[in-house]
Write a protein that binds this ligand. Structure first.
Ligand SMILES: Nc1ncnc2c1ncn2[C@@H]1O[C@H](COP(=O)(O)OP(=O)(O)OP(=O)(O)O)[C@@H](O)[C@H]1O
Ligand SMILES: [Mg+2]
Length: 276
């Protein structure tokens, strides 16, 4: 009983609409990302996936509708306040400080939880602050270990392969100790091996850390392999949702991809997994 009513880490998007000038990016979008599950948002280019992420993390304010996290209405909160509640994200285009080391980039993730005002600063002064620093170091080490990036901890991010940079971005998001982790195209531009590594890390984050995950991804093989629930957007609307297998065979979903002119990509994106 307790667990189902607490909804810790669960996200609910309710009738969210968002327009940019004349462009309607989102139109009455509703869905839920269940606690401790991986929910994938898919859809053709321009469907509104990144706009949806920006609305959830607070960069854009919906024109109508609301966003509930952990049962609490967060629609009016600014991004730092949402981050404090446990929302963390990565970006479609890597947003790291290229001249800084891997470790320093990860440390920046913790800023969401650092002092935001004088009272906090005073409260944390002294012993509490030392404890906080130790705890932080512990978390950073755990993340570095977990993502197998010990060997590059002191390397400048700009010198790393694309796949490793994406892994560092994930590390930084984890350093925020999120309860809801939002990943915008975590394996875009990766080769097969990098994709498989990242898919395994995402599954491990869910299983070992119990983090709720919301992910936008074009790589359908990866989506079908690791998602618990799939939400399909097209022209800013939810056109289907369900288990990966259900969505994959939904004719409306197939024709949305066909209609997008992405026929060349279709077989890759909607490939029905061959019997192993
Ligand atoms: N800041 C903005 N100003 C104006 N229009 C925008 C803005 N952001 C997005 N849009 C428009 O909103 C629509 C949805 O874009 P969005 O980036 O959310 O799509 P997407 O599903 O993430 O696409 P992709 O798969 O290419 O990343 C598009 O028509 C886009 O041009
Ligand atoms: Mg996008």
């Amino acid at each position: 009983m307790e667990a189902s009513t607490r909804m810790s880490g669960a996200l609910r998007v309710e009738s969210v609409s968002l327009t940019f000038g004349g462009v309607r990016a989102l139109s009455g979008v509703s869905f839920e990302a269940a606690e401790g599950a991986i929910t994938a948002v898919i859809g053709p280019n321009g469907a509104g996936k990144t706009s949806l992420f920006n609305a959830i993390s607070g960069f854009y304010r919906p024109n109508t509708g609301c966003i509930l996290f952990d049962g609490k209405d967060i629609t009016a909160l600014r991004p730092p306040a949402r981050a404090k509640l446990g929302l963390a994200r990565t970006f479609q285009n890597i947003a790291l400080f290229r001249g800084m080391t891997v470790l320093d980039n990860i440390k920046l993730g913790r800023h969401a939880h650092l002092r935001t005002n004088v009272f906090d600063a005073l409260l944390y002064w002294g012993r509490a602050q030392r404890e906080e620093i130790e705890l932080r170091r512990d978390v950073e080490e755990r993340i570095i270990d977990f993502l197998e990036i010990q060997h590059i901890r002191n390397a400048p991010v700009g010198s790393l392969s694309y796949g490793l940079q994406k892994r560092v971005e994930l590390a930084r998001a984890l350093a925020m100790r999120p309860r809801l982790l939002m990943l915008d195209e975590p394996v875009a531009g990766m080769n097969r091996e990098e994709t498989e590594d990242m898919a395994r890390f995402i599954l491990d984050v869910k299983e070992e850390w119990g983090v709720t995950i919301l992910m936008v991804e074009h790589d359908m093989g990866m989506v079908m392999d690791i998602s618990d629930h799939v939400v399909v957007l097209n022209f800013g609307q939810v056109i289907a949702e369900g288990l990966p297998g259900e969505v994959q065979q939904n004719p409306t979903v197939v024709s949305a991809y066909l209609g997008s002119g992405d026929v060349g990509e279709l077989s890759r994106r909607l490939r029905v997994k061959e019997a192993a």
